[in-house]
Design a protein around this ligand. Structure first.
Ligand code: UDP
Length: 319
């Protein structure tokens, strides 16, 4: 059969955020049309500045959790796929406002029902490695135990399960991605932000990076480019329908080593060293994924090394 040349149209909720904005750029770069819906609570228009004058890109200020704001978007456009990435993000912020994460249940509900009734676009959902909580086994496997500890993670798990049931009961194509610690340009690096940005900012200001606890806790750091490539595959491939898939590198790193690496790649080895500080934060000790499912189903293997990723992010903050 001849391949259709018609441009595909995607909705990205949360498209002005860190991950969403990179996804908007990627899909436009691939020749698709993109409608970005964001309420700008944590997302920023400046994240989308490269797309401002692109005729295939539409920005709509709106909230996916409010049916009155999202229903008209589904009426106006016919989507080939929906990336539901809008959510309240950041451990500190979500713990300070535990009940607010429940609003995101409305968004999940809206996206699934509107997709079912409006041409059945595939729905790809940003879940989180937080659903594993303090893991019962390492590496963490999609078919292993989940143990969510914070309200944010409970809502992500609910989203995953709803997506899976919509695939099983109604045949709506869905896929949930459990994102491990993503880092890259535009990620929030304030107190409400994430460790890589926080450490890079501290080091570039000539300060010792503040490592919480003894720094032996581990995480799997995924450069944004790898996360986005995997997300696009999840949308493109039918093999991911109804699945939950870890998106990581399978390469655990202690936070102490992360701090040291950032100091090293910033050329500050002689001047700075990680500073251990006490924290009240209830922290997950270890987190790293089994990535066999991602490699098999999405046919994707992370390509960006820690060195390349950290050098990129350091040069981004320098400029
Ligand atoms: N962390 C740290 N110093 C900071 C911020 C974070 O040592 O200034 C640690 C935090 O305790 C956790 C890890 O870095 O063990 C990752 O934190 P982040 O908030 O980026 O993501 P999380 O994996 O906790 O969701």
């Amino acid at each position: 059969m001849e391949k259709s040349n018609k441009k595909k149209t995607f909705l990205i909720t949360g498209g002005a955020g860190f991950i969403g904005s990179h996804l908007c750029e990627k899909l436009i770069g691939k020749g698709s049309k993109v409608v970005c819906l964001d309420n700008l609570s944590t997302g920023k228009l400046e994240n989308l500045s490269s797309l401002k004058n692109n005729s295939d890109f539409v920005f709509i200020k709106g909230d996916a959790n409010k049916i009155k704001e999202i229903a008209p978007v589904f009426k106006k456009y016919k989507f080939d796929g929906v990336f539901h990435y809008a959510a309240m993000v950041g451990v500190k912020r979500t713990i300070e406002n535990p009940l607010l994460v429940l609003d995101d249940v409305e968004g999940i509900k809206n996206i699934l029902e509107l997709s079912l009734k409006n041409g059945r676009p595939k729905v790809v959902f940003s879940s989180s490695s937080e659903v594993y909580g303090e893991p019962k086994e390492l590496p963490e496997r999609e078919d292993g135990s989940v143990n969510p500890k914070i309200p944010y993670a409970v809502v992500k798990l609910l989203g995953e399960k709803f997506l899976e049931s919509y695939w099983q009961k109604y045949g709506l194509k869905t896929c949930a991605l459990r994102f491990f610690n993503v880092y890259g340009p535009r990620q929030e690096s304030s107190d409400y932000g994430f460790v890589v940005g926080i450490f890079v900012k501290q080091v570039l200001e000539g300060k010792c990076p503040t490592v919480f606890g003894d720094g032996s806790q581990t995480r799997d750091f995924v450069y944004i480019k790898d996360n986005i490539e995997a997300s696009v595959k999840a949308m493109e491939l039918d093999s991911s329908n109804g699945e939950v898939i870890n998106i990581g590198t399978g390469r655990p790193l202690t936070i102490y080593d992360l701090a040291n690496s950032i100091i090293y790649y910033s050329g500050q080895k002689e001047k700075l060293k990680p500073k251990l500080v006490e924290t009240k934060r209830v922290d997950i000790r270890h987190r790293f994924p089994e990535i066999g499912k991602m490699v098999k189903i999405l046919k994707y293997h992370p390509a960006v090394s820690l060195e390349e990723g950290l050098l990129n992010i350091i040069s981004y903050y320098k400029n």
